[in-house]
Write a protein that binds this ligand. Sequence first.
Ligand SMILES: Cc1cc2nc3c(=O)[nH]c(=O)nc-3n(C[C@H](O)[C@H](O)[C@H](O)COP(=O)(O)OP(=O)(O)OC[C@H]3O[C@@H](n4cnc5c(N)ncnc54)[C@H](O)[C@@H]3O)c2cc1C
Length: 628
Amino acid sequence: MLGSEYLNWDVAVVGGGHAGCEAALASARLGLNVILFAIQLDSIAMMPCNPNIGGSSKGHLVRELDALGGEMAKNIDKTFIQSRMLNASKGPAVYSLRAQADKRRYAWEMRRTLENTRNLCIRQSEITDVKVDETGRVLGVYSESGAFYECGAVVLCTGTYLKARCLYGDVIHATGPNGQRASVGLSDSLKRLGIRLQRFKTGTPARIDRNSIDFSKMEIQNGDEPIVPFSFDTDPRSIQRAQVPCYLTYTNSLTHEVIRANLSRSPMYGGVIEGTGARYCPSIEDKVVRFADKERHQVFIEPEGEDTSEMYISGMSTSLPEDVQEAMYRSLPGMSGCRVTRNGYAIEYDCIDPTQLTTGLMFRDICGLFSAGQINGSSGYEEAAAQGIVAGINAARFVRNKPPIVIDRSEGYIGVLIDDLVIKGTNEPYRMLTSRAEYRLLLRQDNADIRLRPKGYGAGLVSREKYERLISKTREIEDEIERVRKTVIAPSTRINEFLRLNGSAETMTGVTLAELIKRPELSCSVCAVIDSGRPELPEDIREQVNIQIKYEGYIKRQAAQVEQFKRMEGRKLPDNINYAAISGLRLEARQKLEFHKPVNLGQAGRITGVSPADISVLIVFLTANKLQ
Ligand SMILES: Cc1cc2nc3c(=O)[nH]c(=O)nc-3n(C[C@H](O)[C@H](O)[C@H](O)COP(=O)(O)OP(=O)(O)OC[C@H]3O[C@@H](n4cnc5c(N)ncnc54)[C@H](O)[C@@H]3O)c2cc1C
């Protein structure tokens, strides 16, 4: 084809979803020439499923992404229509921000940011092939027309499109989500490169016309006031605006009856669907079957946007036939006359086995080829975006011959996400949960900037001005903690009156402010009235002081565990170890270690099938051979 090899880019990003957008922005903002491909430009940053960003553990990922210099947090601060802090009655480790997005405005705003980013070109085209040279280094990609795009690095972010099929009842479409074209050729190209693929599935509920719902029969759920921003760079005063409500209703015995009576017509239960579904995002059919003893399941009715009457029926994703869906949704209180605008459906798609990747998200056997998002076996916009920024930064660093950045499990949920995927692998869509993060008391959403902004600055994505702002914030926190530790409150009638009024024990001796703040019934803000030396400080600094004082003991203990973790991560494993020759290692461990090729003892210890006893054998081997 004339001039087929006419375009040369530093980085090519295949996919304009949540991973692709972050990857492309990161590489371009680091000064590289980047081209982003999407099968449909109008589907850039599309939210094919739930109309919200954040929630339990996902809010942490969005904050960490923002700390590193990513875009998702800013984009949702511009386009949210409701915002709530989940788990506010629990401890700060599980506080999670969640915002309802106006889906169309979210996608539109992200596209605008891409279009206004220097060095970044977006292009509507399906990539069908990845070219790799005989040394195993990526050379570029081919489009469906046969055009060849030469590039220094490629980031695959193809989401739920690879060989996608959408199913409900007997209806099967070989399409991507929302009727988008599926990606056909690329799966075979990846297989030819020796990349192992797996087949996963996920699902979405129907959309219902709000004008056909009787909300008086549901519980209203309003947003929080004041509204807390996702981004550390968003001025909270700039986002205080009117919010739209969500509603809570429940399934009932009639709903469950309709579902049970038609299970055989579900492609999931009819054996038509091959892909493995998400344990933590079950369809309503799965819930009724797996939790048969439950009388009802919560269903949240969420607006898809301000300029549309479509409502998302959260908690009822399904692939049952159209008529069954109609009957099932109409059985809910307030929905007896509801009108379906789009049917729920299941989608199955190809994704890779992520154990083929390094913790920098590059394929271990193909230099310069990176992968991020749903293609890596994860599920969720936030999980995708978090991987996207890491892959985007590392693709840029690869082109510049710099070592990759790696976020480990003690630094962030992003580190837990990537480490779980590439070390342990996954045989179902992987969704982030707070329980996955063993150091979650340190990995709170409120301190994501303190934990990761230095890494974003080091990578070149965070400006000096923002970094210096963080340094002065950290200093102010330390100074204030020092002050409350040194401030002694002398016992007096007024102080004991204050303590009694707050249900706290009176004191006969001097007590430091820090000791008072530590009391469960007291806090920095409660003690403000007895704290005459209290300086004017921003709310986010007060929050840090309060948490670090109140949970000091837990934080110290977890920090000691992190020290132990870092020591194990620090014991490097040479990549030419012959595990088969190490006597004392069990056969399964030898095979798994040979397959995964962990880079350090910590990673080795997290591989399924490698026991603590095997790790002891390895330590003896390393010491005896002076390998560490
Ligand atoms: C029906 C459905 C239900 C879902 N349900 C849930 C859920 O319940 N919970 C949850 O957490 N997540 C759910 N998700 C997943 C969520 O949508 C994804 O996690 C998220 O969108 C993944 O982002 P991504 O960037 O990896 O990929 P996507 O957002 O899927 O974007 C992929 C991009 O790649 C492009 N592309 C693909 N192949 C090619 C190619 N060969 N050439 C060029 N461009 C290409 C596409 O055009 C698109 O722009 C669901 C998704 C769908 C479709």
